[in-house]
Ligand binder design. Structure first.
Ligand code: NDP
Ligand code: MG
Length: 383
């Protein structure tokens, strides 16, 4: 059980909820890091009094340093500063940075010998092989925070080795469930950000609407649970009550259910293997019924693009992720339409050659080249 914690991405949706879990369970905060939100970081620093804080944005770090001048808290800046916080004296690092920006911190955590509680799925999508190699080399522990993967991990407790047949990855279907391709052409940013069951950061909310999030999660599951992609079944569970599970060799299906709330998966990663009071109890009779559907892969192509990318392997998943990060940013700025995201991701994955050896350098090259592809082709998609 974690007693001393470092939170990366502390100012974001998962970061803030992680600090709520820390507050409730008297977990000490040794370091905090984030991008540029000085106001929230200052508040967090004053409440939790960590030894060090870092802002990736240099200007934000300067401002924070001035604001925290009356405290003993050390302020670091830049990407290097964020990595520095991983070395504070703690047992666990919870990485809730968004995007490939979290990859180096994930690797640094594993190398530091600390437990990695991972929300930043993009680090596994882009650098899964490297993360796993490092875990082996340093004998580290990685615990999932993503709710589906936490549910799979929880369902696997007590299951003997070799008994797992398949993984069941549930999806809510997002705000545009049931819509046709034609209807998706004109959906607005505002409609896209209105998720029916979850309140999350902007990027993952868009990813949930395109089903890219589920695609990224298939890749995340491949790495976390050492499975081939064809052993992962995606099922739409509209109410987000069944958070995911496993099908065992004897046909038994073990799932984890609960209210849609990230507090439990965050807390489980921090208190594992203990289970402490957390979320409100699920009232099954009040819910009445649960509904299941096949995902509509025709209308939401990102899921299949990701499954194919991880099946082909190499740097294809990195290209899918980089193109998606770039395309989502353009969509949020109103520069491309919703359906363009999938077309740009597909194009960028196609231009990524298979067979390049995976290294940190080649991962960042593939990421840059996928982003370049999106910037060169988005004008044809402009709204
Ligand atoms: P948010 O956008 O709400 O927060 C992102 C955090 O990352 C912020 O603290 C931001 O700082 C920080 N950040 C951004 N860029 C950098 C950088 N270069 N260096 C350091 N910090 C940086 O995202 P979410 O909390 O929603 O998601 C975080 C991660 O967790 C994602 O990978 C997401 O897929 C995953 N996840 C999220 C879930 C959710 O419910 N939200 C559920 C499951 C997984 P600042 O704002 O100060 O710039
Ligand atoms: Mg998830």
């Amino acid at each position: 059980m974690t007693e001393k914690l470092i939170v990366l991405g502390s100012t974001g949706s998962i970061g803030v909820q992680t600090l709520q879990v820390a507050r409730r369970n008297n977990i000490r905060i040794l370091a905090l890091a984030a991008g540029r939100n000085v106001d929230v970081m200052e508040q967090q620093a004053r409440e939790f009094l960590p030894k060090m804080v870092a802002m990736q944005n240099e200007t934000a770090a300067q401002e924070l340093k001035i604001r925290l001048a009356d405290t003993d808290i050390k302020v670091y800046s830049g990407e290097q500063g964020v990595l520095e916080t991983v070395h504070a004296d703690a047992d666990t690092v919870l990485n809730a940075i968004v995007g490939i920006a979290g990859l180096k911190a994930t690797l640094e955590t594993v190398r530091s010998g600390k437990i990695l509680a991972l929300a930043n799925k993009e680090s596994l999508v882009t650098g899964g092989e490297l993360v796993k190699e490092a875990l082996k080399q340093y004998g580290g522990t990685m615990l999932p925070v993503d709710s589906e993967h936490s549910a799979i991990f929880q369902s696997l407790q007590g299951v003997p080795e070799g008994a797992l047949d398949r993984v069941l990855l549930t999806a809510s279907g997002g705000p545009f469930f049931g819509k046709t391709k034609k209807e998706l052409e004109n959906v607005s940013v505002e409609q896209t950000l209105r998720h029916p069951n979850w309140s999350m950061g902007q990027k993952i909310t868009v990813d949930s609407a395109t089903l890219m999030n589920k695609g990224l999660e298939v890749i995340e599951a491949v790495h976390l649970f050492d499975l081939s992609p064809d052993r992962i079944d995606v099922v739409v569970q509209r109410e987000s009550i069944i958070h995911s599970g496993v099908v065992l060799k004897d046909g038994g299906l073990m799932v984890q259910m609960g209210v849609p709330d990230m507090m439990l998966p965050i807390q489980y990663a921090l208190t594992y293997p203990n289970r402490l009071p957390c979320s409100e109890r699920l009232d099954l009779c009040a819910i009445g019924k649960l509904t299941f559907f096949e995902p509509d892969k025709e209308t939401f192509p990102c899921l299949s693009i990701c499954t194919k990318a991880i099946t082909d392997g190499g740097l294809k998943p990195t290209a899918a992720n980089g193109a998606n990060e770039e395309a989502v940013a353009l969509f949020l700025k109103g520069q491309i339409g919703f359906t363009a995201i999938a077309r740009l991701v597909e194009g960028a994955v196609a231009q990524q050659s298979s067979g390049t050896a995976v290294s940190l350098e080649s991962i960042f090259d593939a990421d840059a080249s996928a982003r370049r592809y999106v910037r060169q082709h988005f004008s044809q998609e402009a709204v």
